[in-house]
Write a protein of this length. Structure first.
Length: 153
């Protein structure tokens, strides 16, 4: 993987603000040819510096009524039990993000749900009935003060 140069960084900044910009528009902004911009973007994608091109959908429009942050403590910290929990969370539609962390908890989850009834169903199926789960602590998000999708470059 190559480290992005200043042109690459400027392309990445532009794409993080609006990934619908054309290579021609970016070229004008960066004083590069359209083909140079296209080559650089292709390389950034092939090297996984650009991990994905996505549209961010409003949670409300998707029927998400609540978001919860869930701290999870497992009974066993064996590699097998950790991998099993990781796999379960990767397959769970409600889990938007799952982090294996250091410190007091083993995992931190960001969970999107329709309502509290949906949370109860999720917590029973995915957490309470998990034989390797010792404790979980739930924080219901009251306000998204800052949600940032881009990376400072």
């Amino acid at each position: 993987m190559h480290f992005p140069d200043e042109y690459d960084k400027r392309i990445l900044r532009l794409l993080q603000r609006n990934n619908k910009l054309t290579a021609e528009e970016m070229g004008e902004e960066l004083s590069l040819s359209q083909s140079a911009v296209q080559r650089r973007i292709a390389k950034l994608r092939s090297e996984k510096i650009i991990e994905a091109d996505i549209s961010i959908i409003s949670p409300k429009a998707a029927g998400v009524g609540i978001t919860c942050v869930v701290d999870v403590v497992l009974i066993e910290g064996t590699s097998k039990s950790i991998d099993k929990f990781k796999t379960a969370m990767q397959q769970c539609a409600e889990v938007a993000q799952c982090y294996y962390v250091t410190g007091t908890y083993d995992f931190v989850l960001i969970v999107n749900l329709k309502d509290m009834q949906h949370f109860e169903e999720f917590s029973k199926a995915q957490l309470m009935d998990n034989p390797n789960l010792k404790h979980f602590y739930t924080h219901v998000v009251m306000d998204k003060v800052k949600v940032k999708y881009g990376i400072d470059i």
